[in-house]
Design a binder for this molecule. Structure first.
Ligand code: SFD
Ligand code: AMP
Length: 614
C-alpha cells in the first residue's frame, strides 16, 4: 500500500533472543550476560523497556521475599504457602527454585537504587505480610530496566513480536521470531539459537467491569496482551493450568490493592452492615472444598468466594474499614503511597468521590478474571525443572525450557508456579537466562536454520490488516462499521463478551458449565475465522490486531482447559455449575493442552502433581 511501500526487512541475528523487557525479560537479559560474556544477547520489546509491562507505573510492595538473612522464612515454607493458596496444586520444584534465589535478586534491586522501606525498630525490611516487603516503588521499572539495558548487546524497543519461527530442519526447535516496528512499519526477522519469552500475562480477555470510556482501567495492565501464551500455543508448546484464571479482590473502580490494608495496617473488611463476614461462610466452604477450608491464611480464591456469597446474599457493598487504622501520620502516608506508587487511579477515586480514608470506609469488589502465571495463580507453559530437585517427569533437559527445544520462558510465561510476583519473575528470568546460555554453549556449531518461505508467508500475514483496511474503507460512507473488515476494538469487545458470558466472567458471577463452554468454543471458532478480516488503519491499530490475535488464542486455551477440568477447584476464581465441588480423587492433577499446528487439533491431558516438600 502506498503508505507502507517503503517497508524494509531487517534481519537481526543473536545467540539469545529475549522477547519482552518486563520483569522476566530483564532478569533473563541480565543473567544471560553474566554467564555468556561473549554472546550476542538481543532484547526486543513492543513498548519501551524504561516503562513497559505490568510494572510500568510502579509498585508499592515486593510480594515475594523470604528474608533468609534474618531467618524469617525458608524456601520450603514458601512452597507450602503457594501450594496451600493454590488449593494443593503447584509445581513445587519451580516454586522452590525461585524461593531459594529470590532474596539475592531483591538485594540487587536495592543495590541498583530501589528504596526499600525499613522497620525503624528492627532495622530489617518493613514487612507488609509474611512474604511481602514495602518499597517506594514508583520508579521500580526504570531501575530494573537499566540493568537489562546495560547487559544486552542490543535492545529493540517498539517492535511488536507476532510469531515465533521454527527450525527448517528440526521440527521441534525454535529458530527466532518475527514482528514489526510500530514506529516505522519495518518487518523484523530475529534469528536466534535460543529464545526466552517474557511477554507477560493477559488482561482484557474478559469484559472488564469498567466499560465505555473507562474500559482501559483494569487491574492488570491493559497492555498485558497475552503474548506470553499467544506466541507459544500456535507452535505447539504444552501449556498447563490455563483454567486457573485469577480474580482479584480490589478497592472498587480504581483497582487499589488490599494486601497492605489487611496485612500491614491490620484493617478488616465488612458487609454493608458493618459485620465481619468471612468466618460465617466456613461451613459452606467446607462443604465445597473439604480439608482445604481449614488452611490458614484462607486461600485467595476462598476469600473471594466469601465476599461473593455475601454480596449474593444481599449484604453488599463490601467495605474496607480504613478509618479505624489510620491513626498515625506514618500509617496515613503508607495508605496513600500504597495507591500512589501502584494504582494512582485509586487515589483519584478517593479525591473525586470525597472519600477521606481517615473518615470513611471504601468499597471493595471482585475484578474480572485475568490470565497470568505470577500472582496467586499459575497459568502458562509446562517447563522443565531444575536438575537437582525436579522429579524425573518434570525434567527433560534445561531448566525453564518449554516442550519446544531452545524455547525458554519466565514470569507469567511459565505455568505451575504461583506467587512469584515481580521479584520472583525477575528471578525466574535469571534462571532461564543461565539455562539458555548453557543450551547455546552445548549447541556448538549447530545454529538453527530459518525457512525463507515461512518468513515470506508470515510477512504477508502480519501486514494484511493494513491492506484489508485500505481496500475496505472505501465502502464506508459514515461511522466505523464496515461490511468488509472488523476493527481490532470491535474484535476485542466480541471476544470479551464471549468469555464473560460463557467462560465464567462477571456477568454470570464466574459461573460456567459444559454446555456454556461448548457454546463459547463455537463462538470463539467463528471469531477466529473473522480474524483474517481485521482491518488496521495505521501501525498502532496493526499492533492492536496482533494483540487481539494473541488474546484469542489464549482464550481458546482457557476455555478448553476449563471444560477439561471437571470440578470446581478454586471457588471464587470460577465455578463449574455441573461439577460444583473440589474432587481430589480425580483432579489432584495439572491439566495440560497441546495444540497441533499440522492437524489443527488440541490434545488435552492430565499431568501428575508430585509433592517434594512435606
Ligand atoms: O499488589 C512484548 N504485580 C505485583 N508484584 C509485586 O511484586 N508486588 C505487587 O504489589 C504486585 N501487585 C501488582 C502487580 C502487577 C500489577 C499490574 C498491579 C499490581 C496493578 C505483579 C508483577 O507485576 C508481575 O508478576 C510481573 O511483572 C510479571 O513479570 P513478566 O515479565 O511475566 O511480565 P511483565 O512485567 O508485564 O513484562 C512483559 C513485557 O513483555 C512486553 N511484551 N514485547 C514484544 N512483543 C510482544 N508481543 C509483547 N507482548 C508483551 C511488555 O510490553 C512487557 O514489557 S499486587 O496486585 O499484588
Ligand atoms: P494484594 O495487595 O491484594 O495483591 O496482596 C498482596 C499480597 O498479600 C499477596 O501476596 C496476597 O496473596 C496477600 N494478601 C492479601 N490480602 C490478604 C489477606 N487478607 N490474608 C492473607 N494474605 C493476603
Amino acid at each position: 500500500m502506498a503508505l507502507f511501500s517503503s517497508r524494509k526487512t531487517k534481519f537481526v541475528d543473536s545467540d539469545i533472543l529475549v522477547i519482552g523487557g518486563g520483569f522476566g525479560g530483564c532478569g533473563a537479559t541480565y543473567e544471560s550476560r553474566y554467564w555468556g560474556r561473549n554472546l550476542k544477547i538481543v532484547l526486543v520489546e513492543k513498548a519501551n523497556i524504561e516503562r513497559s509491562g505490568a510494572v510500568a507505573h510502579g509498585l508499592s510492595a515486593i510480594n515475594c521475599y523470604m528474608g533468609m538473612q534474618w531467618d524469617e522464612n525458608r524456601p520450603e515454607d514458601h512452597v507450602r504457602y503457594a501450594r496451600d493458596d493454590l488449593m494443593g496444586l503447584v509445581r513445587e520444584d519451580l516454586v522452590f527454585d525461585i524461593a531459594r534465589h529470590v532474596d539475592a535478586t531483591v538485594h540487587k534491586f536495592e543495590e541498583w537504587g530501589l528504596p526499600i522501606m525499613t522497620d525503624p525498630k528492627t532495622g530489617r525490611y518493613l514487612r507488609e505480610g509474611r512474604w511481602q516487603i514495602m518499597i517506594h516503588g514508583e520508579s521500580y521499572k526504570p531501575i530494573i530496566a537499566e540493568a537489562a539495558r546495560k547487559s544486552a548487546t542490543e535492545v529493540y524497543n517498539r517492535i511488536m513480536v507476532t510469531h515465533l519461527l521454527m527450525d527448517k530442519a528440526r521440527p521441534n526447535r525454535v529458530a527466532g521470531a518475527v514482528g514489526f516496528s510500530v514506529r516505522d512499519g519495518n518487518f523484523y526477522v530475529f534469528r536466534a539459537k535460543a529464545v526466552i519469552v517474557g511477554a507477560g500475562g493477559a488482561s482484557h480477555i474478559y469484559r472488564p467491569r469498567s466499560v465505555g470510556e473507562g474500559m482501559g482501567r483494569t487491574w492488570y495492565a491493559p497492555w498485558s496482551s497475552a503474548s506470553a501464551y499467544g506466541l507459544l500455543i500456535p507452535i505447539g508448546v504444552k501449556m498447563t493450568q490455563m483454567e486457573n484464571k485469577i480474580v482479584l479482590a480490589r478497592f472498587k473502580d480504581g483497582y487499589g490493592p488490599v494486601g497492605a490494608w489487611f496485612l500491614l495496617l491490620k484493617s478488616h473488611a465488612t458487609n454493608a452492615y458493618g459485620e465481619k463476614y468471612e468466618a460465617s461462610w466456613f461451613e459452606e466452604i467446607k462443604s465445597l472444598v473439604g480439608k482445604y477450608a481449614d488452611i490458614t491464611p484462607m486461600p485467595t480464591c476462598l476469600r473471594n468466594h466469601a465476599m461473593l456469597e455475601e454480596i449474593k446474599a444481599g449484604k453488599g457493598p463490601i467495605y474496607m474499614q480504613t478509618q479505624h487504622v489510620l491513626d498515625t501520620r506514618e500509617k496515613e502516608e503508607i495508605g496513600w503511597e500504597d495507591f500512589l506508587d501502584m494504582t494512582i487511579g485509586q487515589a483519584v477515586v478517593w479525591a473525586s468521590q470525597n472519600i477521606d480514608p481517615k473518615e470513611k470506609p471504601s468499597e471493595l469488589i471482585t475484578s474480572e478474571p485475568y490470565v497470568m502465571g505470577s500472582h496467586a495463580t499459575c497459568s502458562g507453559a509446562w517447563a522443565s525443572g531444575p536438575d537437582d530437585c525436579a522429579p524425573k517427569d518434570y525434567q527433560w533437559g534445561y531448566n525453564r525450557m518449554t516442550t519446544v527445544d531452545g524455547l525458554f520462558g519466565a514470569g507469567d510465561t511459565i505455568g505451575g508456579s504461583a506467587h512469584k510476583f515481580s521479584s520472583g519473575s525477575f528471578t525466574e528470568g535469571r534462571i532461564a537466562g543461565k539455562s539458555a546460555v548453557k543450551y547455546v554453549m552445548d549447541l556448538a556449531g549447530d545454529p538453527p536454520q530459518v525457512d525463507e518461505t515461512q518468513i515470506k508467508r508470515l510477512e504477508e500475514t502480519i501486514f494484511k490488516p493494513l491492506e484489508n483496511y485500505e481496500v475496505g474503507r472505501n465502502e464506508i460512507v459514515a461511522g466505523t462499521v464496515s461490511p468488509s473488515y472488523l476493527s481490532p476494538l470491535q474484535g476485542l469487545q466480541r471476544l470479551e463478551k464471549i468469555m464473560d458470558e460463557y467462560v465464567g466472567g462477571i456477568s454470570t458471577f464466574y459461573m460456567t458449565n459444559e454446555p456454556m463452554l461448548n457454546r463459547g468454543l463455537e463462538l470463539l471458532a467463528m471469531l477466529k475465522e473473522d480474524l483474517d478480516q481485521l482491518g488496521a488503519e495505521d501501525l498502532h491499530q496493526l499492533q492492536r490486531t496482533w494483540e487481539l490475535n494473541h488474546r484469542v488464542w489464549t482464550s481458546e486455551s482457557v476455555t478448553r482447559h476449563t471444560l477439561f477440568r471437571q470440578e470446581t477447584r478454586w471457588p471464587g476464581y470460577y465455578y463449574r455449575g455441573d461439577h460444583p465441588k473440589l474432587d481430589d480423587t480425580e483432579w489432584h492433577v495439572f491439566t495440560a493442552s497441546q495444540y497441533d499446528p499440522k492437524t489443527d487439533e488440541w490434545h488435552m491431558s492430565k499431568l501428575p502433581v508430585h509433592h517434594i516438600i512435606d
